[in-house]
Design a protein around this ligand. Structure first.
Ligand code: M6R
Length: 608
């Protein structure tokens, strides 16, 4: 996501900050900015776009400051533009702040600050922090930041600098990483280790609730009760590339493991204390919802597969017919849609050419268009009628993982929100589902600790050039995603079949030892699935079943099992897909493929 750097020492800060930000570019960003303290005066420079645009803007007239902070922003609150870029300043321009994370109560704080006479320049949540520091400052910057932190709710990794106190940087962390790099007569701050490695390998890693006062000569860390904390110096041994991957061998694995956190972010603030759903982005009223005759989901690749899960969810919860279409087909088939159709476009990047064209067509036909995307300011997010962000953080590996699970979460929330507003779903049912959704991050996390069975199965799989994924209902929808993932990064040919359809042709391809992955998580379809598993076992296939904990019957039928935690059947796709992502990953590694950049593929498909 966003990147943070800070420097205090005797060298010119500007090149150090730019270099640090460059090392964080891999995280994705859409604007950049720095603030330097030069002769007791804060100078802020920022620009939308790449770092180079910031450097071009600064040109040759670089302030000389030896204290500074820098930030690369990946837009959340407010589109990418110069004004929304960090650092943000207070009314006087004397206090500057950079921040990663989300201030959840920023709207309340902003209204209060405006009443107190503050004026805001940006649309961001972060700007409230600068004004709050101004409000609370009475001669002690650290104390002012402490008061601010008592007021804010949400997540933050932040650094504050002020010309009122030009010999220190104050930084603090909650749910957003922050690291301090120790030098001699100089110190560094960063959101990630790669930004520090050129200068130092001695680091202090801040924990949640900790605040640090960083000067040229010292770093003093306190906990949330203002008690001093003795930090252990962590010596970084990784090289810069592995540091970007935070110790993971590939971005894809890192992103798979980030899913609990990503799902938490998607859910954040969207379930109320009483268990109802709160998606203000969807402002369709009861009458508008009741007039809808159908829902059409349009997307490509993995996002299309998320849409297929959405079909089951919407039809089950809202009893509204749902069509799911691949965008490149939809746009050329003169679709039967109009003002009575809700069109949901799903796109991680928000820039996929076919999805954009499909969205424009839907708008031209007068449909309500809801976009589900991960990228603020993307074309899809700018052009849709309603936008729901997935908040998954940048996805770097070509193979989509956390984008898929967070798209599923948004689809559940969207169905519940529409059902809640239109009173098509009872509050009791909504609360039952949201309760189970709150457990999903922990459920996903628990699957990540069961990799042994998957690794063993993948050893067998990797020597084959064909494999089959079978499932029924929601399991079939997830099977399609599992098979795409495997094809995409391991180059093993994979077919996903509705299990009941095998005997209509594909069963001819089932031979002894061929790997079959059977998804069997839907209780009302269990017996049907057992019959289908028996069909492939009768041809001596080697079957791995993905089942729910406690399903002893399926276990009896198969060669290997991976159990997912029990949850509501409707929610299982979020869990079932995790082992499938891991299987694809292990297969790709064991076949020596380029996991993060598979052949012939691009992360963002901006051509037809
Ligand atoms: O950015 P989008 O979600 O619109 O991308 C759609 C597909 O190109 C994408 O999901 C693709 O299928 C992934 N590489 C699959 O892992």
């Amino acid at each position: 996501m966003c990147g943070i750097v800070g420097y205090i020492g005797a060298q010119k800060a500007y090149p150090i900050l730019i270099e640090g930000l460059r090392k964080l570019e891999y995280r994705g960003y859409d604007s950049a900015g720095i603030a330097l303290l030069d002769s007791d005066h804060v100078e802020v420079m920022k620009s939308v776009g790449r770092l180079q645009q910031l450097e071009d803007k600064v040109g040759e007239f670089v302030p000389n400051g030896t204290i500074g902070i820098g930030h690369t922003r990946w837009a959340t609150h407010g589109r990418p533009c110069d004004l929304n870029s960090h650092p943000h300043s207070d009314c006087t321009g004397q206090f500057v702040v950079i921040h990663n994370g989300i201030i959840e109560n920023y709207q309340v704080l902003r209204s209060w600050l405006i009443r107190e006479g503050h004026s805001f320049r940006s649309e961001t949540d972060t700007e409230v922090l600068a004004h709050l520091v101004e409000h609370f400052y009475s001669g002690d910057l650290k104390q002012a930041v402490r008061c601010v932190l008592e007021k804010v709710k949400g997540s933050y990794g932040l650094v504050v600098m002020s010309e009122k106190d030009p010999h220190r940087l104050i930084c603090a962390r909650k749910d957003s990483p922050l690291v301090i790099g120790l030098g001699v007569g100089e110190n560094f701050i960063a959101s990630d280790i790669p930004a520090l490695l050129k200068y130092t390998r001695n680091t202090l890693i801040l924990e949640d609730g900790e605040l640090a006062e960083v000067t040229r000569e010292s770093v003093v860390v306190e906990d949330c009760h203002c008690n001093p904390v003795e930090k252990i110096i962590f010596y970084v041994e990784w090289d810069a590339i592995s540091a970007e991957k935070e110790g993971y061998e590939h971005f894809m694995l890192k992103e798979i493991y980030e899913q609990p956190k990503a799902i938490r972010e998607t859910l954040r603030g969207r379930i109320t204390a009483d268990g109802l759903v709160n998606i203000p982005e969807i402002n369709l009223n009861q009458e508008q919802i009741k007039k809808l005759r159908k829902v059409v989901v349009v997307a490509c690749g993995t996002a299309y597969h998320a849409g297929l899960v959405g079909k089951y969810v919407f039809e089950k919860l809202l009893r509204l017919p749902v069509e799911v279409d691949v965008a490149s087909e939809f746009r050329y088939r003169d679709p039967l849609i109009g003002a009575d159709t809700l069109v949901i476009v799903i796109s991680q990047s928000g820039e996929t050419a076919d999805t954009l064209a499909a969205m424009r067509l839907a708008k031209a036909k007068g449909s309500h268009v809801v976009a589900i995307t991960n990228v603020v300011g993307s074309t899809v997010s700018r052009e849709a009628d309603h936008v729901i962000l997935t908040w998954a953080g940048p996805e770097i590996a070509v193979a989509s993982t956390k984008a898929y699970t967070t798209q599923l979460i948004v689809l559940y929330l969207l169905a519940l929100q529409l059902g809640q507003t239109s009173q098509l779903i009872s509050h009791e049912e909504i609360i039952t589902i949201t309760d189970a959704m709150k457990n999903l991050p922990a459920d996903v996390d628990s699957i990540m600790h069961k990799t042994e069975a998957l690794k063993e199965f993948t050893q067998r799989l990797s020597v084959w050039n064909d494999t089959f994924f079978i499932g029924r209902g929601l399991d079939y929808a997830v099977a399609l995603e599992g098979s795409l993932k495997l094809k995409e990064i391991s180059y093993i040919h994979a077919e996903a079949y509705p299990a009941g359809e095998l005997k209509h042709g594909t069963l001819a391809l089932i031979v002894a030892d061929i790997p079959v992955i059977a998804l069997a998580t839907q209780p009302e379809l269990h017996e049907k699935m057992w019959s289908n598993i028996k069909e492939v076992k009768a041809r001596d296939a080697y079957v791995l079943a993905i089942t729910t904990e406690g399903d002893e019957e399926t276990k009896k039928e198969v060669d290997a099992v991976l159990e997912i935690p029990a949850t509501l059947p409707l929610l299982t796709p979020v869990l079932t897909v995790i082992p499938l992502q891991l299987i694809a990953y292990y297969a790709s590694v064991s076949r020596g493929c380029d996991v993060d950049k598979p052949r012939n593929l691009a992360k963002s498909v901006t051509v037809e």
